[in-house]
Design a protein around this ligand. Structure first.
Ligand SMILES: *[C@@H]1O[C@H](CO)[C@@H](O)[C@H](O)[C@H]1NC(C)=O
Ligand SMILES: *[C@@H]1O[C@H](CO)[C@@H](O)[C@H](O)[C@H]1NC(C)=O
Ligand SMILES: *[C@@H]1O[C@H](CO)[C@@H](O)[C@H](O)[C@H]1NC(C)=O
Ligand SMILES: *[C@@H]1O[C@H](CO)[C@@H](O)[C@H](O)[C@H]1NC(C)=O
Length: 465
Protein backbone atom coordinates (compact mmCIF):
# COMPACT_ATOMS: atom_id res chain seq x y z
CA UNK A 1 0.00 0.00 0.00
CA UNK A 2 1.28 3.42 -0.90
CA UNK A 3 1.69 5.74 2.03
CA UNK A 4 -1.29 8.03 2.27
CA UNK A 5 -0.82 11.78 2.28
CA UNK A 6 -0.68 13.84 5.40
CA UNK A 7 -3.89 13.96 7.35
CA UNK A 8 -3.56 17.65 7.83
CA UNK A 9 -0.91 19.76 6.25
CA UNK A 10 2.54 18.96 7.58
CA UNK A 11 3.39 20.32 10.97
CA UNK A 12 5.57 23.35 10.39
CA UNK A 13 8.78 23.43 12.30
CA UNK A 14 7.42 26.08 14.63
CA UNK A 15 4.55 23.82 15.61
CA UNK A 16 6.82 20.84 16.32
CA UNK A 17 9.11 23.08 18.27
CA UNK A 18 6.15 24.42 20.23
CA UNK A 19 5.04 20.89 21.16
CA UNK A 20 8.53 20.05 22.34
CA UNK A 21 8.67 23.23 24.40
CA UNK A 22 5.21 22.60 25.83
CA UNK A 23 6.35 19.28 27.25
CA UNK A 24 9.31 20.99 28.83
CA UNK A 25 7.13 23.31 30.92
CA UNK A 26 7.31 22.20 34.53
CA UNK A 27 4.09 21.29 36.25
CA UNK A 28 3.72 23.63 39.17
CA UNK A 29 0.73 22.96 41.35
CA UNK A 30 -1.42 26.00 41.83
CA UNK A 31 -4.61 26.04 43.86
CA UNK A 32 -7.43 24.71 41.68
CA UNK A 33 -8.45 27.78 39.72
CA UNK A 34 -11.82 26.59 38.50
CA UNK A 35 -14.33 25.16 40.91
CA UNK A 36 -17.16 23.80 38.85
CA UNK A 37 -20.63 22.82 39.94
CA UNK A 38 -22.31 21.40 36.84
CA UNK A 39 -25.77 21.81 38.41
CA UNK A 40 -25.33 25.56 38.81
CA UNK A 41 -25.49 27.63 35.60
CA UNK A 42 -23.64 30.50 37.24
CA UNK A 43 -20.79 28.22 38.18
CA UNK A 44 -20.64 26.88 34.63
CA UNK A 45 -20.67 30.42 33.22
CA UNK A 46 -17.87 31.46 35.56
CA UNK A 47 -15.76 28.49 34.43
CA UNK A 48 -16.48 29.26 30.77
CA UNK A 49 -15.47 32.88 31.32
CA UNK A 50 -12.09 31.88 32.72
CA UNK A 51 -11.49 29.43 29.86
CA UNK A 52 -12.55 31.96 27.19
CA UNK A 53 -10.38 34.63 28.73
CA UNK A 54 -7.40 32.26 28.75
CA UNK A 55 -8.03 31.36 25.12
CA UNK A 56 -8.26 34.97 23.95
CA UNK A 57 -4.90 35.82 25.50
CA UNK A 58 -3.45 34.13 22.43
CA UNK A 59 -5.40 36.27 19.97
CA UNK A 60 -3.80 39.44 18.64
CA UNK A 61 -5.86 40.00 15.46
CA UNK A 62 -7.73 42.94 16.98
CA UNK A 63 -4.49 44.82 17.70
CA UNK A 64 -3.51 47.67 15.37
CA UNK A 65 -1.37 46.36 12.49
CA UNK A 66 -2.47 42.78 12.97
CA UNK A 67 -4.95 40.92 10.73
CA UNK A 68 -8.42 40.41 12.21
CA UNK A 69 -9.29 36.72 12.23
CA UNK A 70 -5.77 35.33 12.27
CA UNK A 71 -4.18 33.63 15.25
CA UNK A 72 -0.42 34.02 15.55
CA UNK A 73 1.94 31.16 14.65
CA UNK A 74 1.76 28.20 15.02
CA UNK A 75 -2.04 28.25 14.72
CA UNK A 76 -3.57 27.77 11.30
CA UNK A 77 -6.33 29.89 9.81
CA UNK A 78 -8.98 27.20 10.19
CA UNK A 79 -8.48 27.00 13.95
CA UNK A 80 -9.21 30.71 14.23
CA UNK A 81 -12.50 30.07 12.43
CA UNK A 82 -13.21 27.27 14.88
CA UNK A 83 -12.33 29.59 17.77
CA UNK A 84 -14.78 32.27 16.64
CA UNK A 85 -17.38 29.52 16.35
CA UNK A 86 -16.69 28.70 20.00
CA UNK A 87 -17.05 32.39 20.94
CA UNK A 88 -20.34 32.71 19.04
CA UNK A 89 -21.65 29.85 21.19
CA UNK A 90 -20.03 31.40 24.26
CA UNK A 91 -22.13 34.55 23.92
CA UNK A 92 -25.26 32.48 23.30
CA UNK A 93 -24.71 30.30 26.36
CA UNK A 94 -23.45 32.92 28.82
CA UNK A 95 -24.71 36.30 27.61
CA UNK A 96 -21.18 37.69 28.07
CA UNK A 97 -20.64 39.96 25.07
CA UNK A 98 -16.97 40.71 25.79
CA UNK A 99 -15.80 39.10 22.53
CA UNK A 100 -18.68 40.01 20.20
CA UNK A 101 -16.99 43.00 18.57
CA UNK A 102 -13.76 41.06 17.98
CA UNK A 103 -15.76 38.14 16.63
CA UNK A 104 -17.73 40.20 14.16
CA UNK A 105 -14.63 42.06 13.02
CA UNK A 106 -12.76 38.78 12.46
CA UNK A 107 -15.61 36.97 10.72
CA UNK A 108 -16.23 39.86 8.33
CA UNK A 109 -12.54 40.41 7.61
CA UNK A 110 -12.13 36.79 6.53
CA UNK A 111 -15.13 36.40 4.21
CA UNK A 112 -13.11 37.14 1.07
CA UNK A 113 -14.37 39.18 -1.92
CA UNK A 114 -17.02 36.58 -2.85
CA UNK A 115 -18.31 36.41 0.74
CA UNK A 116 -17.76 32.68 0.95
CA UNK A 117 -14.73 32.38 3.28
CA UNK A 118 -12.22 32.13 0.44
CA UNK A 119 -9.98 35.12 1.29
CA UNK A 120 -7.10 35.46 -1.22
CA UNK A 121 -4.48 35.36 1.55
CA UNK A 122 -5.49 31.79 2.35
CA UNK A 123 -6.11 30.29 -1.07
CA UNK A 124 -2.57 28.92 -1.31
CA UNK A 125 -3.35 26.45 1.41
CA UNK A 126 -7.10 26.50 1.94
CA UNK A 127 -8.88 23.13 2.07
CA UNK A 128 -12.60 22.42 2.09
CA UNK A 129 -12.38 21.68 5.82
CA UNK A 130 -10.72 25.03 6.52
CA UNK A 131 -13.47 26.89 4.72
CA UNK A 132 -15.97 24.61 6.44
CA UNK A 133 -14.94 25.64 9.97
CA UNK A 134 -15.49 29.33 9.21
CA UNK A 135 -18.79 28.55 7.47
CA UNK A 136 -20.00 26.48 10.43
CA UNK A 137 -19.20 29.42 12.71
CA UNK A 138 -21.40 31.65 10.52
CA UNK A 139 -24.13 29.00 10.67
CA UNK A 140 -23.94 29.01 14.47
CA UNK A 141 -24.31 32.78 14.43
CA UNK A 142 -27.53 32.44 12.42
CA UNK A 143 -28.86 29.65 14.67
CA UNK A 144 -28.01 31.57 17.84
CA UNK A 145 -29.44 34.83 16.57
CA UNK A 146 -26.04 36.42 17.15
CA UNK A 147 -26.08 40.21 16.57
CA UNK A 148 -26.20 40.73 12.80
CA UNK A 149 -23.48 42.56 10.86
CA UNK A 150 -24.44 46.03 9.61
CA UNK A 151 -26.49 46.22 6.44
CA UNK A 152 -24.31 46.09 3.35
CA UNK A 153 -21.91 43.68 5.05
CA UNK A 154 -22.02 39.91 4.59
CA UNK A 155 -24.76 38.28 6.68
CA UNK A 156 -24.41 35.06 8.71
CA UNK A 157 -26.90 32.87 6.89
CA UNK A 158 -25.83 34.08 3.45
CA UNK A 159 -22.19 33.31 4.32
CA UNK A 160 -23.08 29.76 5.31
CA UNK A 161 -25.15 29.34 2.16
CA UNK A 162 -22.37 30.70 -0.02
CA UNK A 163 -19.74 28.36 1.41
CA UNK A 164 -22.19 25.47 1.05
CA UNK A 165 -22.79 26.37 -2.61
CA UNK A 166 -19.08 26.51 -3.45
CA UNK A 167 -18.60 23.07 -1.90
CA UNK A 168 -21.63 21.54 -3.62
CA UNK A 169 -20.00 22.60 -6.89
CA UNK A 170 -16.79 20.82 -5.90
CA UNK A 171 -18.55 17.50 -5.32
CA UNK A 172 -16.43 15.22 -7.44
CA UNK A 173 -18.25 12.38 -9.18
CA UNK A 174 -15.29 11.74 -11.46
CA UNK A 175 -13.30 9.81 -8.85
CA UNK A 176 -14.46 7.35 -6.15
CA UNK A 177 -18.08 7.85 -7.21
CA UNK A 178 -18.39 11.15 -5.36
CA UNK A 179 -17.03 12.99 -2.37
CA UNK A 180 -15.19 16.22 -1.72
CA UNK A 181 -11.46 16.32 -1.98
CA UNK A 182 -9.54 17.67 0.99
CA UNK A 183 -7.83 20.43 -0.96
CA UNK A 184 -9.54 22.91 -3.23
CA UNK A 185 -6.59 23.57 -5.52
CA UNK A 186 -4.86 20.98 -7.73
CA UNK A 187 -1.43 22.36 -6.88
CA UNK A 188 -1.77 21.69 -3.16
CA UNK A 189 -0.47 18.54 -1.53
CA UNK A 190 -3.49 16.54 -0.42
CA UNK A 191 -5.53 17.26 -3.55
CA UNK A 192 -5.86 13.50 -4.11
CA UNK A 193 -7.06 12.93 -0.57
CA UNK A 194 -10.79 12.57 -0.01
CA UNK A 195 -11.16 12.97 3.69
CA UNK A 196 -13.74 12.52 6.37
CA UNK A 197 -13.51 15.98 7.89
CA UNK A 198 -13.97 17.87 4.60
CA UNK A 199 -17.03 15.81 3.74
CA UNK A 200 -18.13 16.04 7.37
CA UNK A 201 -18.07 19.85 7.42
CA UNK A 202 -20.13 19.88 4.21
CA UNK A 203 -22.58 17.33 5.66
CA UNK A 204 -22.85 19.27 8.94
CA UNK A 205 -23.49 22.55 7.12
CA UNK A 206 -26.02 21.00 4.71
CA UNK A 207 -28.01 19.35 7.52
CA UNK A 208 -28.14 22.58 9.53
CA UNK A 209 -29.14 24.66 6.52
CA UNK A 210 -31.93 22.14 5.91
CA UNK A 211 -33.26 22.52 9.46
CA UNK A 212 -32.81 26.28 9.49
CA UNK A 213 -34.35 27.06 6.08
CA UNK A 214 -36.65 24.01 5.64
CA UNK A 215 -35.23 23.81 2.11
CA UNK A 216 -35.07 20.12 1.14
CA UNK A 217 -32.25 20.70 -1.37
CA UNK A 218 -29.85 20.96 1.55
CA UNK A 219 -31.21 17.76 3.09
CA UNK A 220 -30.71 15.91 -0.20
CA UNK A 221 -27.07 16.94 -0.20
CA UNK A 222 -26.66 15.81 3.40
CA UNK A 223 -28.14 12.42 2.43
CA UNK A 224 -25.77 12.22 -0.54
CA UNK A 225 -22.69 12.87 1.58
CA UNK A 226 -23.62 10.43 4.32
CA UNK A 227 -24.58 7.75 1.80
CA UNK A 228 -21.28 8.14 0.00
CA UNK A 229 -19.24 8.01 3.22
CA UNK A 230 -21.17 5.14 4.80
CA UNK A 231 -22.60 2.94 2.03
CA UNK A 232 -20.41 3.64 -0.98
CA UNK A 233 -16.88 4.11 0.39
CA UNK A 234 -17.06 2.92 3.98
CA UNK A 235 -15.01 5.68 5.58
CA UNK A 236 -17.86 5.46 8.08
CA UNK A 237 -18.07 1.72 8.67
CA UNK A 238 -21.03 -0.33 9.92
CA UNK A 239 -19.96 0.21 13.54
CA UNK A 240 -19.71 3.97 12.99
CA UNK A 241 -15.97 4.16 13.13
CA UNK A 242 -14.87 7.32 11.35
CA UNK A 243 -11.65 6.68 9.44
CA UNK A 244 -9.63 9.70 8.40
CA UNK A 245 -9.70 9.49 4.62
CA UNK A 246 -8.72 7.84 1.40
CA UNK A 247 -6.89 8.52 -1.83
CA UNK A 248 -8.39 8.92 -5.29
CA UNK A 249 -5.24 7.32 -6.74
CA UNK A 250 -6.27 4.17 -4.85
CA UNK A 251 -9.91 4.53 -6.01
CA UNK A 252 -10.73 5.13 -2.31
CA UNK A 253 -10.28 1.42 -1.66
CA UNK A 254 -7.71 1.82 1.10
CA UNK A 255 -8.05 4.04 4.12
CA UNK A 256 -6.03 5.91 6.60
CA UNK A 257 -7.67 4.25 9.62
CA UNK A 258 -6.82 6.83 12.26
CA UNK A 259 -9.85 8.09 14.18
CA UNK A 260 -10.24 11.61 15.55
CA UNK A 261 -12.87 12.96 17.92
CA UNK A 262 -13.82 15.82 15.60
CA UNK A 263 -14.75 13.45 12.79
CA UNK A 264 -17.20 11.59 15.03
CA UNK A 265 -18.46 14.95 16.31
CA UNK A 266 -19.02 16.68 12.98
CA UNK A 267 -21.16 13.75 11.75
CA UNK A 268 -22.92 13.39 15.12
CA UNK A 269 -24.30 16.93 14.84
CA UNK A 270 -25.18 16.45 11.17
CA UNK A 271 -27.01 13.20 11.87
CA UNK A 272 -28.89 14.85 14.74
CA UNK A 273 -30.00 17.65 12.42
CA UNK A 274 -31.13 15.14 9.80
CA UNK A 275 -32.99 13.22 12.50
CA UNK A 276 -34.62 16.50 13.42
CA UNK A 277 -35.35 17.50 9.82
CA UNK A 278 -37.01 14.14 9.11
CA UNK A 279 -39.10 14.31 12.29
CA UNK A 280 -37.06 11.51 13.86
CA UNK A 281 -36.88 9.06 10.96
CA UNK A 282 -35.86 5.47 11.83
CA UNK A 283 -32.88 5.70 9.45
CA UNK A 284 -31.38 8.74 11.11
CA UNK A 285 -32.30 7.44 14.53
CA UNK A 286 -30.26 4.32 13.78
CA UNK A 287 -27.30 6.37 12.54
CA UNK A 288 -27.47 8.59 15.60
CA UNK A 289 -27.71 5.63 17.97
CA UNK A 290 -24.70 4.03 16.29
CA UNK A 291 -22.57 7.17 16.32
CA UNK A 292 -23.30 7.84 19.99
CA UNK A 293 -22.61 4.22 20.98
CA UNK A 294 -19.27 4.30 19.21
CA UNK A 295 -18.14 7.47 21.00
CA UNK A 296 -16.93 4.80 23.42
CA UNK A 297 -13.94 4.55 21.09
CA UNK A 298 -12.77 7.82 22.65
CA UNK A 299 -13.51 6.75 26.23
CA UNK A 300 -10.96 4.09 27.09
CA UNK A 301 -12.37 4.03 30.62
CA UNK A 302 -16.03 3.25 30.06
CA UNK A 303 -17.00 3.85 33.68
CA UNK A 304 -15.65 7.41 33.90
CA UNK A 305 -16.53 8.27 30.27
CA UNK A 306 -13.64 10.74 30.08
CA UNK A 307 -12.81 11.64 26.48
CA UNK A 308 -9.35 10.91 25.15
CA UNK A 309 -7.91 11.87 21.76
CA UNK A 310 -6.91 8.24 21.47
CA UNK A 311 -4.76 8.60 18.36
CA UNK A 312 -2.29 10.98 19.96
CA UNK A 313 -2.84 11.70 23.68
CA UNK A 314 -1.49 8.40 25.04
CA UNK A 315 1.68 8.71 22.95
CA UNK A 316 2.09 12.45 23.50
CA UNK A 317 2.03 13.26 19.81
CA UNK A 318 -0.97 15.61 19.46
CA UNK A 319 -0.06 18.46 17.13
CA UNK A 320 -1.40 21.98 17.35
CA UNK A 321 -4.54 21.14 15.34
CA UNK A 322 -5.28 17.92 17.19
CA UNK A 323 -5.12 19.63 20.59
CA UNK A 324 -8.37 21.39 19.71
CA UNK A 325 -10.37 18.42 18.39
CA UNK A 326 -12.19 17.57 21.64
CA UNK A 327 -13.61 21.10 21.57
CA UNK A 328 -15.64 20.25 18.47
CA UNK A 329 -16.83 16.90 19.75
CA UNK A 330 -18.06 18.70 22.88
CA UNK A 331 -19.76 21.41 20.78
CA UNK A 332 -21.49 18.89 18.56
CA UNK A 333 -22.55 16.60 21.39
CA UNK A 334 -24.36 19.59 22.84
CA UNK A 335 -25.99 20.32 19.48
CA UNK A 336 -27.05 16.67 19.12
CA UNK A 337 -28.67 16.70 22.55
CA UNK A 338 -30.71 19.76 21.53
CA UNK A 339 -31.71 18.59 18.05
CA UNK A 340 -32.43 15.03 19.14
CA UNK A 341 -33.79 15.33 22.69
CA UNK A 342 -34.42 11.58 22.80
CA UNK A 343 -30.67 11.13 23.10
CA UNK A 344 -30.09 14.02 25.53
CA UNK A 345 -29.88 12.04 28.80
CA UNK A 346 -27.13 9.83 27.44
CA UNK A 347 -25.18 12.74 25.95
CA UNK A 348 -25.58 15.00 28.97
CA UNK A 349 -24.04 12.39 31.26
CA UNK A 350 -20.90 12.48 29.11
CA UNK A 351 -20.87 16.28 29.01
CA UNK A 352 -21.12 16.54 32.82
CA UNK A 353 -18.39 14.01 33.54
CA UNK A 354 -16.01 15.62 31.08
CA UNK A 355 -16.62 19.20 32.23
CA UNK A 356 -15.75 18.16 35.78
CA UNK A 357 -12.67 16.31 34.59
CA UNK A 358 -11.49 19.19 32.38
CA UNK A 359 -11.95 21.75 35.18
CA UNK A 360 -9.50 19.85 37.38
CA UNK A 361 -6.77 20.41 34.78
CA UNK A 362 -7.13 24.19 34.70
CA UNK A 363 -4.31 25.18 37.04
CA UNK A 364 -1.56 25.79 34.51
CA UNK A 365 0.33 28.65 32.98
CA UNK A 366 1.42 31.96 34.44
CA UNK A 367 -2.06 32.88 35.61
CA UNK A 368 -2.59 29.47 37.20
CA UNK A 369 -5.82 28.75 35.35
CA UNK A 370 -4.84 27.49 31.92
CA UNK A 371 -6.30 24.09 31.11
CA UNK A 372 -4.42 20.94 30.15
CA UNK A 373 -4.78 18.52 27.27
CA UNK A 374 -5.46 15.26 29.11
CA UNK A 375 -8.72 15.34 31.02
CA UNK A 376 -7.97 11.88 32.40
CA UNK A 377 -5.13 13.22 34.56
CA UNK A 378 -7.13 14.99 37.25
CA UNK A 379 -4.40 17.65 37.33
CA UNK A 380 -2.76 19.98 34.83
CA UNK A 381 -0.51 17.89 32.58
CA UNK A 382 1.91 20.68 31.66
CA UNK A 383 0.35 21.31 28.24
CA UNK A 384 -1.45 24.46 27.21
CA UNK A 385 -2.54 26.44 24.18
CA UNK A 386 -5.54 27.62 22.18
CA UNK A 387 -6.72 24.04 21.57
CA UNK A 388 -6.59 23.10 25.25
CA UNK A 389 -8.43 26.31 26.22
CA UNK A 390 -11.06 25.92 23.53
CA UNK A 391 -11.72 22.30 24.48
CA UNK A 392 -12.27 23.27 28.12
CA UNK A 393 -14.46 26.21 27.11
CA UNK A 394 -16.65 24.07 24.88
CA UNK A 395 -17.08 21.24 27.36
CA UNK A 396 -18.03 23.74 30.08
CA UNK A 397 -20.56 25.70 28.02
CA UNK A 398 -22.03 22.50 26.53
CA UNK A 399 -23.52 21.99 29.99
CA UNK A 400 -25.63 25.15 29.58
CA UNK A 401 -27.97 23.77 26.88
CA UNK A 402 -30.89 23.60 29.32
CA UNK A 403 -30.56 27.26 30.29
CA UNK A 404 -30.84 28.87 26.82
CA UNK A 405 -33.92 29.32 24.62
CA UNK A 406 -32.79 26.94 21.83
CA UNK A 407 -31.87 27.57 18.21
CA UNK A 408 -33.90 29.82 15.90
CA UNK A 409 -34.74 29.15 12.25
CA UNK A 410 -35.52 31.19 9.15
CA UNK A 411 -38.92 32.10 10.60
CA UNK A 412 -37.95 32.94 14.16
CA UNK A 413 -34.42 34.18 13.43
CA UNK A 414 -33.19 37.47 12.00
CA UNK A 415 -30.18 36.62 9.84
CA UNK A 416 -30.61 37.44 6.17
CA UNK A 417 -30.01 34.63 3.72
CA UNK A 418 -29.39 34.47 0.01
CA UNK A 419 -30.00 31.14 -1.76
CA UNK A 420 -28.03 32.50 -4.73
CA UNK A 421 -24.95 33.24 -2.63
CA UNK A 422 -21.80 31.44 -3.65
CA UNK A 423 -22.63 31.33 -7.35
CA UNK A 424 -19.68 33.59 -8.11
CA UNK A 425 -17.02 31.10 -7.11
CA UNK A 426 -15.12 29.61 -10.00
CA UNK A 427 -13.60 26.79 -8.04
CA UNK A 428 -15.25 23.51 -9.00
CA UNK A 429 -13.71 20.14 -9.84
CA UNK A 430 -13.26 21.04 -13.51
CA UNK A 431 -12.31 24.63 -12.90
CA UNK A 432 -9.45 24.97 -10.55
CA UNK A 433 -7.73 27.90 -12.09
CA UNK A 434 -9.32 30.68 -10.18
CA UNK A 435 -8.17 33.92 -11.65
CA UNK A 436 -7.13 35.29 -8.30
CA UNK A 437 -4.59 32.53 -7.80
CA UNK A 438 -1.49 33.67 -9.59
CA UNK A 439 1.47 31.65 -10.81
CA UNK A 440 3.45 33.18 -7.98
CA UNK A 441 0.90 31.73 -5.56
CA UNK A 442 1.34 28.28 -7.07
CA UNK A 443 5.12 28.45 -6.97
CA UNK A 444 4.82 29.77 -3.42
CA UNK A 445 2.55 26.91 -2.36
CA UNK A 446 4.89 24.33 -3.86
CA UNK A 447 7.87 25.89 -2.17
CA UNK A 448 5.96 26.05 1.09
CA UNK A 449 5.08 22.35 0.93
CA UNK A 450 8.66 21.38 0.10
CA UNK A 451 10.15 23.68 2.69
CA UNK A 452 7.79 22.57 5.41
CA UNK A 453 8.42 18.87 4.66
CA UNK A 454 12.13 19.49 4.80
CA UNK A 455 11.83 21.23 8.12
CA UNK A 456 9.54 18.54 9.46
CA UNK A 457 11.90 15.74 8.43
CA UNK A 458 14.78 17.70 9.87
CA UNK A 459 12.86 17.92 13.14
CA UNK A 460 12.17 14.19 13.17
CA UNK A 461 15.85 13.44 12.60
CA UNK A 462 16.77 15.90 15.32
CA UNK A 463 14.29 14.31 17.73
CA UNK A 464 15.58 10.84 16.88
CA UNK A 465 19.09 11.97 17.76
C1 LIG B 1 -4.09 39.67 3.85
O1 LIG B 1 -2.75 39.95 4.20
C2 LIG B 1 -2.45 41.35 4.29
C3 LIG B 1 -0.96 41.47 4.54
O2 LIG B 1 -0.57 40.72 5.66
C4 LIG B 1 -3.30 41.99 5.37
O3 LIG B 1 -3.06 43.36 5.42
C5 LIG B 1 -4.78 41.73 5.07
O4 LIG B 1 -5.55 42.24 6.12
C6 LIG B 1 -5.03 40.25 4.92
N1 LIG B 1 -6.39 40.02 4.56
C7 LIG B 1 -7.10 39.06 5.12
C8 LIG B 1 -8.50 38.91 4.63
O5 LIG B 1 -6.67 38.33 5.99
C1 LIG C 1 -23.15 12.75 -9.29
O1 LIG C 1 -23.70 11.50 -9.65
C2 LIG C 1 -25.00 11.26 -9.15
C3 LIG C 1 -25.42 9.87 -9.55
O2 LIG C 1 -24.36 8.98 -9.49
C4 LIG C 1 -25.97 12.28 -9.70
O3 LIG C 1 -27.23 12.10 -9.11
C5 LIG C 1 -25.47 13.68 -9.35
O4 LIG C 1 -26.28 14.65 -9.96
C6 LIG C 1 -24.04 13.88 -9.77
N1 LIG C 1 -23.60 15.15 -9.23
C7 LIG C 1 -22.91 16.05 -9.90
C8 LIG C 1 -22.54 17.29 -9.17
O5 LIG C 1 -22.57 15.88 -11.05
C1 LIG D 1 -35.97 19.22 16.75
O1 LIG D 1 -35.28 20.21 17.50
C2 LIG D 1 -36.08 20.98 18.38
C3 LIG D 1 -35.17 21.97 19.08
O2 LIG D 1 -34.65 22.87 18.15
C4 LIG D 1 -36.77 20.07 19.39
O3 LIG D 1 -37.64 20.82 20.20
C5 LIG D 1 -37.55 19.00 18.64
O4 LIG D 1 -38.12 18.09 19.58
C6 LIG D 1 -36.61 18.23 17.71
N1 LIG D 1 -37.33 17.24 16.94
C7 LIG D 1 -37.15 15.94 17.13
C8 LIG D 1 -37.87 15.03 16.20
O5 LIG D 1 -36.44 15.47 18.00
C1 LIG E 1 -33.11 25.80 -1.86
O1 LIG E 1 -31.69 25.70 -1.83
C2 LIG E 1 -31.10 25.56 -3.12
C3 LIG E 1 -29.62 25.29 -2.92
O2 LIG E 1 -28.98 26.39 -2.42
C4 LIG E 1 -31.40 26.78 -3.96
O3 LIG E 1 -30.86 26.61 -5.25
C5 LIG E 1 -32.92 26.99 -4.05
O4 LIG E 1 -33.18 28.20 -4.71
C6 LIG E 1 -33.53 27.03 -2.65
N1 LIG E 1 -34.98 27.08 -2.77
C7 LIG E 1 -35.69 28.03 -2.18
C8 LIG E 1 -37.16 27.92 -2.35
O5 LIG E 1 -35.18 28.93 -1.55
Amino acid sequence: MRPLPWRRRPTPCLASLASVLLFAVTVDTVQAAITLNVDDPNSIKAAAKIAANGMMKYYTGDKPGDTPGNLPQPYYWWEAGAMFGALIDYYYFTGDDTYNAMTQQAMLHQTGPDRDFMPPNQTRTEGNDDQGFWAMAAMSAAENNHPNPPEGEAQWLALAQAAFETQAKRWDNATCGGGLRWQIFTFNGGYNYKNTISNGCFFNLASRLAVYTSNATYALWAETVFDWMHNKIGLIDKDYNFFDGSDVLLQCKEFDHIQWTYNAGVYLAGAANMYNFTGGSPTWEAHLRGIIANLAHFMPDQSSQILVETACEPINSCNVDQRSFKAYLARWMAMAAVKAPAFAPQIKAILRANALAAAKTCTGGEDGNQCGLKWTEGVWDGQLGVGEQMSALEIFQANLIDYVPGPVNAESGTSKGDPNAGQGSKVGPGDLHRSKVTTADKVGAGALTLGVCGLFLGGVVWLAI
